[in-house]
Ligand binder design. Structure first.
Ligand code: BES
Ligand code: ZN
Length: 395
């Protein structure tokens, strides 16, 4: 893990206390520009990709923090680094770690315990298991197969039933121009900031049998990725059962055609970018069923993801899920989080194991719940994380 510290105003007191006298800080250049009186006092050492590097004393850092808080009404919004070298590294665009700045300005404080704790306690592995079995029962969920459209209609129905009776909730099929399988999107309209969106998604399609045989091949896709969709479905069930009314808009997405090259998520993320939608954070659940790695239950992928949001998810695990977690990487844009990262939005992918311990049954007719532990106890940890992320970031 990089020794990068996301400083929030809540943490400020303790950080300022422990930190050395001068701090290297990277901050969004736009934000710096808006803080006119501050900017005069601050020498910008270097600027790259919309990020400015400044060196601050403790009291200047405090001023910056309160200016961001008072003038721009946000918490945190900058990263303090331990050395100039580390700060310069944060300005470099790097393949394995993306410091997409947008995510740094989300409020990553954890302050919704009274709401989150009872909701997390409602997660039931048996519900997740039932959804995995129902999705795996489709012959396949391939993006060009009729069963791939049938399975999306099933998901539409399942989510619609869960949201029934709420005027602030809608569930829709999102059609794609170039292939038959639609994506499914459920929206809970935010009560206070409806234009600010957070997204909890996973791919709903499955594949086996190679490129040409896929339309006919049996592809239960139990772990990859009925598990992620079932994890999201349990999150939705709990949100509805609790009568949860988010202040920001929450969207749940079951993407089409991920296995064909992230097609569904790419289509949606690019549309959001074109329409200049304000996406505060995206979490991808792709494979949550099989516990592979002995000493880590949840593994955050570091590539094509946002480091600050990954760190936030880690703190949410410590606070609400209480299981060991760590980092790994795919080494390529391995799932739909990459579509969001490529469109400029902060995305994360908490994963079931490290890459070294990967489930070898995926993309075959053997990708079943039986071959991934026989129950959804591992996936339940991810549903708890999804509930915590939803409530903490939406409010
Ligand atoms: N769930 C996998 C991604 C994955 C596999 C992550 C193994 C970590 C370990 C995903 O559904 C998938 O199969 N992705 C493709 C790439 C995509 C661009 C078609 C892959 O990994 O080959
Ligand atoms: Zn896959």
């Amino acid at each position: 893990m990089k020794k990068t510290l996301l400083v929030t105003s809540l943490l400020l007191a303790s950080v300022a206390f422990a930190a050395p006298k001068a701090q290297w800080v990277t901050v969004d250049s736009n934000i710096l520009g808006k803080l006119a009186p501050m900017q005069k006092a601050l020498m910008v050492e270097k600027e790259a990709g919309g990020v400015s590097l400044v060196q601050l004393t403790e009291s200047e850092l405090e001023k910056l923090s309160s200016a961001i808080h008072n003038e721009l009404h946000r918490c945190g919004g900058y990263i303090a680094h331990e050395s100039e070298a580390e700060a310069l590294l944060a300005l470099e665009p790097r393949g394995d770690m993306h410091y997409g700045m947008k995510g740094l300005f989300a409020d990553y404080d954890i302050d919704q315990e009274p709401l989150v704790v009872p909701m997390v306690a409602e997660v039931k592995a048996a519900n997740i298991e039932a959804t995995i079995r129902a999705l795996s029962a489709f012959h396949n969920r391939y993006y060009k197969a009729t069963t791939g459209t049938d399975s999306q209609n099933f998901l539409l129905e399942t989510w619609t039933k869960l949201g029934a009776g709420r005027s602030d909730v809608k569930v829709e099929l999102v059609k794609h121009a170039s292939w038959p399988q639609p994506s499914v999107v459920m929206t809970i309209e935010g009560s206070d900031y409806p234009e600010e969106i957070l997204i909890i998604g996973g791919h709903a399609d499955s594949i086996a049998g190679g490129w040409f045989g896929s339309e006919k091949s049996r592809a239960p896709g139990g772990d990859d990725n009925a598990s992620g969709i079932a994890t999201i479905t349990e999150t939705i069930r709990i949100a509805m059962a609790a009568g949860f009314k988010p202040r920001r808009t929450v969207q749940f997405m079951g993407y089409a055609a991920e296995e064909a090259g992230l097609l569904g998520s790419k289509d949606i993320a690019n549309t959001y970018k074109t329409r200049a939608k304000s996406v505060v954070g995206v979490v991808q659940f792709d494979m949550t069923l099989r516990k592979g790695t002995a000493d880590k239950d949840i593994v955050m992928m570091t590539d094509f993801t946002n480091a600050a949001q990954n760190e936030f998810l880690g703190r949410l695990i410590d606070e609400y899920v209480k299981v060991p977690w760590g980092y790994s990487k795919c080494g390529y844009g391995c799932s739909d989080h990459a579509s969001w990262t490529n469109a400029g939005f902060p995305a994360s992918m908490p994963f079931e194991s490290t890459m070294g311990d990967i489930n070898k049954a995926i993309h075959t007719d053997k990708d079943t719940i039986e071959n991934a532990g026989g129950n959804a106890n591992h996936a339940a940890k991810f549903a708890k994380l999804a509930v915590a992320f939803m409530v903490e970031l939406a409010n």
